[in-house]
Design a protein. Structure first.
Length: 279
């Protein structure tokens, strides 16, 4: 049985990578999938706070990340979602680069790299550092998180980011800014939006109380519209999770002038000088 390993990568803390993972997990479950969840953030265990069933990995053990491959090859899981620690650096990236991607692809294992970028330049640069190394060994899903503002200049306008889009044709999901009041309540109560919408008598399926802010009908209506907007974008990415394709992405051999992100609203010329790649 083929297996798709979805992993968050390259994200600096606070860029919304676990938010992206939460939407992916609830989306997959609502569409009949039962992904295995792995929490590789051994400091915060953010994923586990929202999904207690997630398998926590002790990264202090050498080659701890090998569990991703062991589980993928076991044949027990068609989809896996792995949330890596914020600021994951060179050691983990090198682990990925050491993988025998061609052999794994031949055995039905494929990878989807999930990035989350914000208006903060570091969130873009850290993600692009990973893509520069992983290249076409994986496919890409990028969440454009607008929580800190909707001007994502370093992703929409810089030449390096435009080249990444030209080469690897990532799928994009725009995450609008959510009310800080709702966001705080969801975090404090360890609730996903799906749980709020699926609640009964003010209590989630996991037994958590919604409280006076999330319980009212208008609040749930707003959250429903918010989630629907994200799910409709994820509909365009279903082939990343359910496809049986095992061949790497074909590169465009003629990468020339960079182009702005389609639909980003930026149509002016891309500047010649930006930040540099980090090795």
């Amino acid at each position: 049985m083929s297996c798709t390993v979805i992993f968050t990568a390259g994200a600096k803390g606070g860029s919304g990578k676990t938010t992206a993972a939460r939407f992916l997990i609830t989306y997959l479950r609502e569409h009949g999938a039962d992904p295995m969840l792995l929490d590789l953030d051994d400091e915060n265990h953010t994923l586990t706070r929202f999904f207690p069933e997630a398998l926590q990995i002790n990264l202090r053990h050498e080659f701890a990340h090998d569990v991703l491959i062991e589980k993928a090859l076991s044949g027990d899981h068609r989809i896996m979602v792995a949330d890596l620690k914020a600021g994951t650096g060179y050691e983990v990236l090198q682990w990925f680069l050491d993988l025998p991607f061609e052999e794994l692809q031949a055995r039905g294992v494929q990878f989807v790299c999930v990035g989350s970028v914000t208006s903060a330049p570091d969130s873009v640069q850290s993600f692009l550092n990973w893509t520069a190394s992983l290249e076409n060994h994986v496919r890409y899903l990028v969440f454009r998180n607008l929580k800190d503002g909707d001007n994502l200049y370093d992703y929409d306008q810089t030449r390096q980011a435009a080249e990444f889009r030209r080469l690897y044709a990532p799928i994009h999901v725009t995450v609008p800014k959510l009310s800080a009041l709702y966001q705080t309540e969801l975090e404090i109560r360890k609730l996903t939006i799906h749980e709020v919408l699926d609640s009964t008598n003010g209590t989630s399926s996991g037994g958590n109380a919604l409280g006076p802010i999330l319980s009212p009908l208008p609040a749930r209506a707003r959250l429903r519209s918010y989630q629907r907007a994200i799910y409709e974008q994820l509909d365009q990415a279903q082939h990343l999770f359910l496809s049986d394709r095992t061949q790497p992405v074909e590169l465009d051999p003629d990468v020339c002038a960079a182009e702005p992100l389609e639909g980003s609203g930026f149509e002016k010329e891309i500047p010649e000088t930006d930040f540099e790649w980090r090795s």
